[in-house]
Design a protein around this ligand. Sequence first.
Ligand SMILES: *[C@@H]1O[C@H](CO)[C@@H](O)[C@H](O)[C@H]1NC(C)=O
Ligand SMILES: *[C@@H]1O[C@H](CO)[C@@H](O)[C@H](O)[C@H]1NC(C)=O
Ligand SMILES: *[C@@H]1O[C@H](CO)[C@@H](O)[C@H](O)[C@H]1NC(C)=O
Ligand SMILES: [Zn+2]
Length: 478
Amino acid sequence: MAAAAAAAPPFAAGDSPPPTALLLPRTTTTAGAAPAPRRSSASSRLHLLLTAALAVATSYLLLILPRTPLSAAPAPAAAARAQVKLEKPVVILISSDGFRFGYQHKAATPHIHRLIGNGTSAATGLIPVFPTLTFPNHYSIATGLYPSSHGIINNYFPDPISGDYFTMSSHEPKWWLGQPLWVTAADQGIQAATYFWPGSEVKKGSWDCPDKYCRHYNGSVPFEERVDAILGYFDLPSDEMPQFLTLYFEDPDHQGHQVGPDDPAITEAVVRIDEMIGRLIAGLEERGVFEDVNVILVGDHGMVGTCDKKLVFLDELAPWIKLEEDWVLSMTPLLAIRPPDDMSLPDVVAKMNEGLGSGKVENGEYLRMYLKEDLPSRLHYADSYRIPPIIGLPEEGYKVEMKRSDKNECGGAHGYDNAFFSMRTIFIAHGPRFEGGRVVPSFENVEIYNVIASILNLEPAPNNGSSSFPDTILLPSE
Ligand SMILES: *[C@@H]1O[C@H](CO)[C@@H](O)[C@H](O)[C@H]1NC(C)=O
Ligand SMILES: *[C@@H]1O[C@H](CO)[C@@H](O)[C@H](O)[C@H]1NC(C)=O
Ligand SMILES: *[C@@H]1O[C@H](CO)[C@@H](O)[C@H](O)[C@H]1NC(C)=O
Ligand SMILES: [Zn+2]
């Protein structure tokens, strides 16, 4: 978010065009069964024996296989564990920015693995929303809404009507639509506390970002200090203790942009995040409340390596269409273009795609342009006047630039199509409402709002999560 993302150029996410098709699930059809050959009675007895042996082996396998449902998670059977010390349900929502799914295996991460082992996690990670950028995703987690509905459609964008510009330090309520969890809580008389989260400083409903419970973003605050402040809330008298708390770390996104996902610096950053989780667990244990608190650890998006040769230069499209710099509202990985009003939008898209497909533009085949209403509907990236009319989706790891330059392009990026596995992040939850050692199928982060509302017994605001989802992931409350 701010410090980390602010240091990075105002890039937004994109999607990838041609090989995206490869990401679509394929149904494999088994070849038609061959007709059974006639057998002698001896061979059919053997066949029966083999079949029986196979059946036993299969049922044994089913018993020892981890419980990893492939389609929908069946509701957990057990009931929630009774809270011992705390009187009310409590949720700590933690974000580790740019924590790509799989980073948890880069090094020994004993504390994160304790949460996984005794908690519930998403099998192949948490699916971010498109664009896979910090502000849109954090606010989707907080509101349960897609960016087109919550209004934060990029980390930076102009409002096409007022001309005002949204940046990562804009706290005016007009930008932030929908109802984030801290507002849902405050409106229903439940105390929330935010130690950084995009949108948390915005005054909305009954939430006015009170000094005692709402920190103003400052990327220089050491992580330890953030964890300790969260722990301090558990020393308050019960009626002042918040029930919903957020905690944010800029890492390992910060390092990911500089060096890409496969560098020792990432491993170090992951170890440090694990240490912070350990510090939190230890502090909660000291206070005797660790088993009473629902800790939900997520990231906002993943990270993919980028390097020199994976670049598309828009000025090479000049023989087809000359793009002015001020039409380009965000460049990479989310290419967003608003041409002047007197130009035909379909014409701009057609000319750009003609150039990109001509074989004469370097890497042109790795970028495809769309009218926003023609984007794949699974991206939900059309229904907002704030979304520019023309969107380009680069292939995974490709970047778009205005013109060739000699700057070093090697590092990491995110913002791409949320179907890319590299954009996935983590969902790891531990506490009285989460079954130990349970693995559930991956899901989109817009589901989290309803899960937290359910734990806290809050009436959820309208959102894009499914109302039945909490029952599939939570232990029923006692
Ligand atoms: C689960 O919790 C128990 C008790 O706190 C602990 O001893 C055990 O190591 C934890 N399991 C994992 C996988 O960390
Ligand atoms: C940000 O945090 C640092 C470290 O705690 C502190 O020294 C600095 O004064 C803070 N800045 C602001 C503007 O509060
Ligand atoms: C998301 O939820 C909002 C609020 O209920 C609704 O207006 C919008 O149509 C929903 N979007 C999708 C894609 O379902
Ligand atoms: Zn980032």
